[in-house]
Design a protein around this ligand. Structure first.
Ligand code: ATP
Ligand code: MG
Length: 266
C-alpha cells in the first residue's frame, strides 16, 4: 500500500502496512525527477501563500527515532524562501512548559498566515512518549485526544491547513540506520544510546501511534501514513501530498494597487 490517508475513526494496523512500499514509482531516478519538480512548485506556491496572506500550512512530522524527520524537512523545504518557512523541533518540555497545559508551547509555534510551519515532533508526543512511559496518569493522556481534535479544529477554523505525516519504518530499518550512525564518523554524533531504550518499547509505541491515528485523523487534520524505508519514496509521496494541498487552496496573488500602468517613477 502506498501513502495512506487515515479516515476519521479508521482503525490502523501498522503491521499490515509495508514500510518498503514505493507506490506507483518503479525506481529512485523516476521518483527524484518528480520530487525536484514538486519542490519547485511548492516553493512557487509558498510565494503566493505569503503574498495572499490568508492561509498558513502546518506540517506535522512524527516517527520513531531515525525515522527520517530531519531528512524529510531538509529535502522538501530545500527550495523554499527561508523567510517563508518556520521549523520547530519539540524536545522534552522545560520546567516552564510543564507548568502549563500541553498545548501551550505548541500553540505559540503555529505558523502565522502566509507561512509554512513544520513541526519536528509535536503535541502528539503527549499521547506517545508520555503514554508509553506513564509520564502522566492514564486518565490525563486519555483526555488529550479530544483536546487535540478541538485544538486542531480551532486552528483549521482560523486559516491553518494541517497535514500530519507518520514516517513508517520497520524495526529492521531502524537498526540499519542506527548502525550507519555508529559507523559513519559524520553521523556518530547523532547516536543516542537512550534511543535503544525506546527501541525496546517498539510495540508499545506502535499501539500508541495506532490509537492516535484512529482518534485524531479528522477531515480538517488528517493523518497520513508514509512507507518510509525508502527515503526517495517518502520524499516524493510527502511532496506530492503537500503540493496537492497547496494547489487545493486556490491561492491567488492579491490585486495590485490601481493606476500602476500610468505610474512614472521620478
Ligand atoms: P534526532 O532524530 O536528531 O535524534 P529528536 O527529535 O529525536 O531528533 P532528541 O533531542 O533526540 O530529538 O529527542 C527529543 C526527545 O524529546 C524525544 O525523545 C521525544 O520523545 C522527547 N519529547 C518530545 N516531546 C515530549 C513531551 N511532550 N514529553 C516528553 N518527552 C518529549
Ligand atoms: Mg533522538
Amino acid at each position: 500500500m502506498p501513502i495512506i490517508k487515515v479516515k476519521p475513526g479508521q482503525k490502523v494496523k501498522l503491521e499490515d502496512i509495508d514500510p518498503d512500499d514505493t507506490g506507483k514509482y518503479e525506481n529512485k531516478d523516476e521518483a527524484n525527477g518528480i520530487l525536484a519538480r514538486n519542490i519547485k512548485q511548492i516553493a512557487e506556491l509558498q510565494n503566493v501563500l505569503y503574498a495572499e496572506g490568508k492561509h498558513a500550512l502546518l506540517i506535522v512530522l512524527q516517527a520513531m527515532d531515525a525515522g527520517g524527520k530531519d531528512g524529510t524537512i531538509r529535502k522538501i523545504m530545500s527550495g523554499i524562501n527561508p523567510q517563508g518557512v518556520r521549523v520547530t523541533s519539540f524536545k522534552q518540555p522545560t520546567e516552564e512548559e510543564l507548568a502549563h497545559d500541553f498545548l501551550w508551547r505548541i500553540h505559540q509555534a503555529v505558523p502565522r498566515r502566509g507561512i509554512i510551519g513544520v513541526f519536528n515532533r509535536s503535541h502528539y508526543e503527549d499521547v506517545l512518549v508520555v503514554r508509553v512511559h506513564n509520564l502522566v496518569p492514564k486518565r490525563v493522556w486519555q483526555q488529550r485526544y479530544e483536546h487535540i481534535n478541538n485544538f486542531e479544529r480551532l486552528l483549521a477554523g482560523n486559516g491553518v491547513t494541517i497535514l500530519k505525516f507518520y514516517l513508517h519504518i520497520s524495526k529492521e530499518e531502524q537498526k540499519e540506520r542506527f548502525l550507519a550512525r555508529l559507523e559513519q564518523p559524520h553521523k556518530r554524533w547523532k547516536f543516542n544510546p537512550a534511543d535503544l531504550d525506546e527501541r525496546n518499547l517498539w510495540n508499545d509505541y506502535m499501539r500508541a501511534f495506532e490509537d492516535a491515528f484512529e482518534r485524531c485523523s479528522t477531515d480538517v487534520a488528517p493523518w497520513y501514513i508514509v512507507p518510509a524505508n525508502r527515503k526517495w519514496y517518502r520524499n516524493v509521496a510527502i511532496s506530492e501530498t503537500i503540493l496537492e494541498t497547496l494547489t487545493g487552496l486556490n491561492l491567488k496573488y492579491p490585486k495590485p494597487v490601481e493606476g500602476l500602468d500610468d505610474l512614472v517613477i521620478p
